[in-house]
Design a protein. Structure first.
Length: 160
């Protein structure tokens, strides 16, 4: 099953918009945006396996429902004409369809390493010194083994 504006209306507990109305088109566009964001993340991570459809539908539906409830980052909008005024208050939103971190986890589309992750095993190349930055998940070598094939910096050999 694919998410439709009718599914969004059910999740919101309201009547579905008239097909091809502005609201229906807007909800469909947000559904397409959520699916595109998920596909982009999947491509960035190089994942080729299919995502479970129930999980995908859940995340798309929840992302669009959240955006419908909080469509922009305005906290209050007031329109005044002469002596009358009308106000509408929103809980702050991102102003766009957003996939929350917990939903990325549900989809299995999380980065393999985070800002504070440490690989306790380290790379299989045993030529690096134990304190080389590469052993702590860095994308570079600090002991010089990637240059010379053996450690040349940090007391691993001759220092200049």
């Amino acid at each position: 099953m694919s998410v439709t504006p009718e599914n969004i209306a059910v999740a919101l507990g309201q009547a579905a918009p008239v097909p091809d109305s502005i609201q229906w088109q807007q909800w469909q566009q947000w559904i397409d945006d959520a699916e595109m964001l998920i596909q982009v993340r999947k491509d960035q991570l190089g994942i080729t396996d299919a995502i479970d459809m129930a999980k995908l539908d859940y995340v798309v539906r929840e992302a669009v429902v959240a955006h419908v409830k909080r469509p922009d980052d305005a906290t209050q909008v007031t329109i005044s004409v002469d002596d009358g005024s009308s106000s509408k208050t929103y809980r702050s939103g991102k102003g766009r369809v957003t996939i929350l971190d917990e939903w990325w986890i549900i989809l299995g589309l999380t980065n393999p390493s985070g800002a504070f992750s440490i690989d306790a095993v380290g790379p299989s190349n045993a030529t690096h010194l134990p304190w080389c930055a590469i052993n702590f998940g860095a994308g570079f070598c600090s002991c010089g083994a990637d240059l010379a094939g053996y450690p040349i910096f940090e007391d691993g050999g001759e220092c200049w």
